[in-house]
Design a protein around this ligand. Sequence first.
Ligand SMILES: O=P(O)(O)OC[C@H]1O[C@@H](O)[C@H](O)[C@@H](O)[C@@H]1O
Length: 315
Amino acid sequence: MRSFRIRVSVIVFPFRPANSEHSASRSAYQYPGHRIRMAPANDKNTIVLERGNGTSCSVNLHGATLTSWKVNGKEQMFVSSKAVFDEKSPIRGGIPIAFPKFGPWDDKPLHGFARVCRWKMESGADHLANGDIKARLVLEDNDYTRSLWGHKFRMVYTLLLGEQQLKTKVAITNPSKDESFAFELVLHTYFQVKDIRKCKVTGLNGLQYLTKRDDTETTTDKESSVRIDGPITRLYADTPPIHEIVTPEQTTSIIKCNFPDTVIWNPWEEVAKTIPDLSDEEYNQFICVEAGSFFDPMTLPPGGTFEASQSLCVK
Ligand SMILES: O=P(O)(O)OC[C@H]1O[C@@H](O)[C@H](O)[C@@H](O)[C@@H]1O
């Protein structure tokens, strides 16, 4: 797999605090219906961004897992009806973040620890001049992360909620003065679909893929788009920056920046029955299209910051 890769999309640049980004901010009262609030009732973990006209997103501090993205009232994310919200387990659905490892990791947590750590909301969520809303969540190394992975790090997850667009950006900084670290990063997005058999994913034609991390042989995708009619795990390297999920109802674009790899996953019927936090029939209601950087783990030098993002856009 590695032999055919030409990586051109890496950006590593000197450290700057993640909150130094320029943003024209305005206070919420200028945008009626726009607000950032904690979820109601007894949910102390969910932050909701509302942009008016039924457009909103919710993020759970557990794993910084995005658990809802609504555009004009229509939910775009799939979250399992059996998802576990015990602040320990990964949340089955939305956008779990796999870091610093994607997939099996010796006897350590599958897909790394970022999706099971509690993140902090950085104060000062912004209402931008164009009406978009921006919020940032932060994870830094702690006793738990260092017990699994002995590196200092700072990770900033920025959500930017637009009219029909949601941008999620990850910035990872290595604050060490003398040690580099290598990591993998994947946004494991569960897109809600009405019927998975009627959806297709574009942008993968002609590319090689593996069906698991340790496959020794690649397969070439010969179809103009990926249609799903059975269990699917495909790990593609060096994919183009745009994929589309096309359904009879809508087209959702995924625009990747600095995420060279893409995963397509759905467990289908039999495997779904073995996943305790997924109802038997729910495999039909989602497709995971995952933007990532994992085939060649990224190495971050001391003081360096890596940034990658995906922008999801509904047409
Ligand atoms: O059940 P998890 O840990 O959330 O992982 C879900 C799936 O995530 C996919 O990305 C992997 O390719 C699958 O192998 C894995 O089963």
